[in-house]
Design a protein around this ligand. Structure first.
Ligand code: ADP
Ligand code: MG
Length: 247
């Protein structure tokens, strides 16, 4: 049996005193691809932020185990170091920190020290895969990047940091067809390089085309309303969330 990476048990979360997530259960094993779907406002991003340890999100109850350890006990830094990665719906700009140095500091936090020269050499094939010019490495993180470039920069981080689990929060939204294909190729490479697991939050199936989906979860009103295999993604794309709304 494959190794368990993430186990969420009965997780309830509030923001500003309002309950957003209601007793969510979700388990992801090594190398598995999970899809999280749900209408706007269902709590998908809230789940990502809560797992990452954003202090705005108050854990009311429940347990989260990451690689056998209590995740909720850990600081944000320690969660990333343990191998949890969240690709944000709107990536942050960090003036004064280049993309290269941002990624290198993430690698360093994981105990992997690499010179700028060597980093640039190592990352060359990843840049090619993502159709990114090497000059991006010397630019300040996300400053002046287009939406697509920001998403590619996140996938580059994913390829370099090799987390055990990557949560991609609508990484494909707002991208043109070619950019989705490129991002999808990057995600596939991440998965293949070290059997990394994925939780993909998405409204479209395009990013899933190159990947084989193991499990689909439907989040409605803060709770898991349905679960299934890859066929559930197609079913929802055809029929929407309507039948889950009143359950
Ligand atoms: P989704 O990603 O599924 O569209 P979100 O997790 O972003 O949904 O939001 C779920 C609900 O929680 C929404 O009603 C949203 O307004 C609320 N919410 C999320 N984050 C915050 C926040 N930081 N402050 C106030 N309300 C929030
Ligand atoms: Mg969201």
């Amino acid at each position: 049996m494959s190794q368990e990476v993430l186990k969420i048990e009965g997780l309830s979360v509030a923001v500003d005193g309002k309950v957003i997530l209601d007793k969510v259960d979700l388990t992801i094993n090594e190398g598995e691809v999970h899809v999280l779907m749900g209408p706007n406002g269902a709590g998908k991003s809230t789940l990502g932020y809560s797992l990452m340890g954003n202090p705005k999100y108050e854990i009311l109850e429940g347990k989260v185990t990451f690689k056998g350890e209590d995740l909720l006990e850990k600081s944000v830094d320690k969660r990333a170091k343990a191998g949890l990665f969240l690709s944000f719906q709107s990536p942050q700009e960090i003036p004064g920190v280049t993309l290269a140095d941002f990624i290198r500091s993430g690698m360093e936090a994981k105990g992997e020290r690499v010179s700028l020269y060597k980093f640039k050499k190592n990352v060359k094939s990843d840049l090619e895969l993502l159709n990114m010019d090497a000059s991006y490495l010397d630019r300040d993180l996300n400053v002046g990047f287009s939406g697509g470039e920001k998403k590619k920069a996140e996938i580059l981080q994913l390829l370099c940091l090799k987390p055990a689990l990557a949560i991609l929060d609508e990484t494909d939204s707002g991208l043109d067809v070619d950019a989705v294909r490129t991002v999808s190729a990057g995600v596939e490479a991440y998965k293949k390089s070290h059997n990394g697991a994925l939780l993909i939050i998405t409204h479209s199936t395009k990013i899933l085309e190159a990947l084989s989906v193991d499990r689909t979860h439907v989040l409605v009103g803060g709770h898991i309303a349905a679960e299934g295999g890859p066929e559930l993604v197609d079913e929802i794309n055809e029929n929407g969330f309507e039948k889950y709304l009143n359950n």
